[in-house]
Design a protein. Structure first.
Length: 386
């Protein structure tokens, strides 16, 4: 009998227009004054107004911190904490992309527990408790609303993670109406990010289990069958909702069967060159898969019919199937019009050794890879992506 532990979000609402329920949800969790944690992009595109309108209708007071930035540094987290404390809030709403959701998780935890970031980095270092937490993603990518992880930038280029089930929200709301205005290039990059979560969860060397496998496969079915649709027609509400659910399921999968070398090599690209996380993953994904192919081609072959759809051709040789899958993913990334070479993002070949060295610091992720990655291996993967 397979033994495993599975932690996940307590409650999920998967429905277009679901944010209309938010004030009632807050009241159900005893929240009388929440703080909304978001970024200026959400403000600029008018999404925050939709959320505020819900609170105005229900006469529920709230505070708002709107200055979350991509890959948030510690300083921003503490600024949000100071505001939340001064406003006397008793609940937290994360609204936006992964950085806003990750920040909201930490704020809900640190407001209630009084813990400091430097004391809770790593796996299950936090003691809690935390305030009630609701997360509302506006991109179908990070799956942060389903994970027990929050990532913070700790220096010029380095990142650290807080990993604890305390970060899992009380409620996640998947409302595709909030994603209808998302530009195609962001939709594409975040969608590939979600696919990476599912692929790496399915091939993880640690904690891979039957439940995470089911979730990863279902996530890939939703994501692979809808990612081109939503990039070609951003107003396709059904496809948008499918992408949100796919990203959530992928988040559930990798929250319990953790990601590996794709993420480990993506992080330095964000840290050094501020490349968005989804695009960073997309840039190295095919090359890491090709590197891993010798060690997990049977698993890749199991995913091939789900991802490739009508392009899949059955073959007894799993390595041949997995090789075709990698080619298919490269073609998909190209069809999504995402950048495919590091050199096209003003990254010089001389920068690659520094990236490889930094990638080796991501031991939390690299230990999950199906094949051991040396610094030379990382450099070779970056060269292939360059």
């Amino acid at each position: 009998m397979e033994s495993f532990v599975f932690n996940t979000t307590k409650s999920l609402i998967n429905q277009p227009g679901a944010i209309a329920q938010l004030a009632d949800i807050c009241k159900q969790h005893g929240v009388r004054k929440p703080i909304i944690v978001t970024d200026q992009g959400i403000v600029a595109c008018g999404l925050l107004e939709k959320l505020e309108a819900v609170f105005h209708r229900e006469d529920l007071p709230y505070a708002c911190f709107c200055d979350i930035v991509a890959d948030p540094p510690e300083r921003v987290i503490y600024e949000a904490l100071d505001l939340a404390r001064s406003q006397g809030v008793d609940g937290v709403i994360g609204f936006g992309g992964g950085s806003s959701l990750d920040s909201a998780k930490l704020i809900a935890l640190m407001l209630a527990s009084g813990e400091k970031l430097e004391d809770i980095y790593g796996i299950e270092q936090a003691k809690g408790p935390r305030l009630p937490l609701m997360l509302i993603p506006t991109t179908a990518g990070t799956g942060s609303e389903a994970t027990a992880v929050a990532i913070v930038t700790t220096g010029e280029t380095s990142k650290m993670g807080v990993v604890t089930p305390l970060l899992l929200p009380d409620v996640a709301i998947l409302d595709a109406e909030l994603t209808l205005g998302l530009p195609a290039h962001i939709t594409a990059a975040t969608g590939i990010d979600a696919m990476v979560h599912a692929i790496e969860a399915y091939t993880s060397a640690h904690k891979k289990n039957r439940y995470s496998d089911i979730l990863a496969k279902e996530a890939l079915d939703l994501l692979a069958n809808n990612i081109l649709k939503v990039c070609q027609n951003g107003q396709d509400l059904e496809a948008r909702q499918a992408m949100l659910l796919g990203a959530f399921l992928a988040g559930q999968a990798f929250a319990n069967s953790p990601v590996a070398a794709v993420h480990a090599l993506a992080y330095p690209l964000g840290g050094h060159f501020h490349i968005p996380h989804g695009l960073s993953n997309s840039l190295v994904l095919p090359h890491v898969m090709r590197f891993n192919n010798s060690h997990c081609h049977e698993l890749y072959a199991e995913l091939a019919p789900i991802i490739m759809g009508d392009d899949y051709i059955a073959h007894e040789d799993s390595k041949a199937v997995s090789t075709e899958l990698i080619k298919h993913i490269e073609l998909l990334i190209g069809n999504l019009k995402l950048c495919t070479h590091l050199r096209d993002l003003d990254i010089q070949e001389k920068d690659l050794p520094v990236l490889a060295k930094d990638a080796m610091l991501q031991t939390r992720l690299l230990q999950n890879n199906p094949r051991n990655v040396s610094e030379q291996d990382a450099l070779n993967i970056y060269k292939a992506a360059w």
